[in-house]
Write a protein that binds this ligand. Structure first.
Ligand SMILES: Nc1nc2c(ncn2[C@@H]2O[C@H](COP(=O)(O)OP(=O)(O)O)[C@@H](O)[C@H]2O)c(=O)[nH]1
Ligand SMILES: [Mg+2]
Length: 312
């Protein structure tokens, strides 16, 4: 791993999670040698669970470590760390997915962003718009959070920064009508990607689901394949809450992926492992900061290494 990645990239953004995990691991292995008895492995499992990896994934990783310890043994904590990185990367592997907008012959490719309040939907919509531009696509944004006036302004602010058109109506307008207008405008202008920001609620409720259902219906009347993606945004810093939101939304809306935000500044980055392990869904993107460039395509090996790599 080069120095730039270490100081600017995922590695530096996951510092808090890594620090808490490393402290936990170091406290297990005091002294030089490693005596692999069951209590050490139990402690390891506890540390992983406390870092939000979830009981199932933690158990799976530790069982593999137990098998490796029996067959080859570990000589020091670094060997163990590398074995753990490989195990975690394997669990994360299923959630990897590359978004290929090129594959869509019909324009626009429609991405609907959903999630509860404050998780980062609007910011992630803007970051995703920037990511699409960097990949050579034209983009349009739709301000379908008509519930709060500030949400429309917030999206317009990002649109201005990115030089991306934002289709909006006034506060209180029908969200599905805004989605419809945006789709028509994007089609007419031959825009490659339409990203639709939507309203959240404090909790998942029937009203929110009805509104999302209506937005989806309106879109699919214009193009049966739309929305091509429905991304749930969850705040990684909320730990297990992110997992319950993903399960609850997944039961109500056809999701195609989960974007996990705010992985910088939290010690709970292990939640991504639990999400990858327990959901049938992919994790196309992760958010590691508030800036436009702070959205990364999820890479299991990089993530595992940033989670458990050494602290320097
Ligand atoms: N540190 C950090 N903050 C984020 C990230 N994503 C969003 N935020 C912040 O979280 C707050 C809520 O984001 P917003 O997009 O308005 O959430 P929404 O209510 O779901 O639309 C804002 O202050 C964002 O700047 C992230 O990846 N890292
Ligand atoms: Mg918002």
């Amino acid at each position: 791993m080069d120095q730039t990645e270490k100081s600017n990239g995922l590695f530096s953004r996951l510092k808090k999670t890594r620090a808490s995990l490393s402290n936990g691991l170091a406290s297990i292995f005091k002294g030089d040698g490693i005596e692999f008895d069951d209590s050490v492995l139990e402690d390891l499992e506890d540390q992983l669970i406390m870092a939000d990896l979830g009981a199932a994934a933690s158990k799976m990783a530790v069982e593999s470590i137990r098998r490796r310890a029996k067959s080859k043994g570990f000589h020091n904590i670094e060997e163990l760390r590398h074995a753990l990185i490989e195990e975690i990367a394997t669990i994360l592997g299923d959630a990897r997915r590359t978004i290929s907008i090129e594959a869509n012959s019909q324009r626009p490719y429609v991405i609907l962003m959903v999630g509860v309040n404050g998780v980062g939907k609007t910011t992630t919509s803007a970051k995703l718009a920037s990511w699409c531009q960097d990949s050579g696509h034209t983009v349009m944004l739709a301000a379908c959070d008509t519930f709060r006036a500030a949400a429309i302004e917030q999206l317009q602010f990002w649109g201005g920064k990115l030089d991306v058109p934002v289709i909006a109506q006034s506060h209180g307008a029908d969200a599905a009508a805004v989605a419809h207008d945006a789709f028509m405008a994007a089609s007419a202008r031959g825009v490659d990607v339409l990203i639709i920001d939507s309203a959240g609620r404090q909790h998942i409720n029937a009203e929110l689901m009805t509104q999302l259902g209506k937005i989806k219906r309106v879109l699919s009347r214009i193009d049966a394949a739309a929305p091509h993606e429905t991304f749930l945004v969850v705040d990684g810093g909320t730990g297990q809450n992110a997992l319950s939101q993903a399960k609850a939304f997944g039961a109500e809306v056809d999701l195609t992926g989960v974007c996990v935000t705010k992985l910088d500044g939290t010690a709970r980055g292990g939640i991504v492992v639990a999400l990858a392990d327990q959901l049938e869904l992919s994790i196309p993107f992760i958010g590691v900061g508030e800036g436009l460039q702070d959205l990364q395509a999820f890479d299991p090996m990089n993530y595992a290494a940033a989670l458990l790599g050494d602290l320097d």
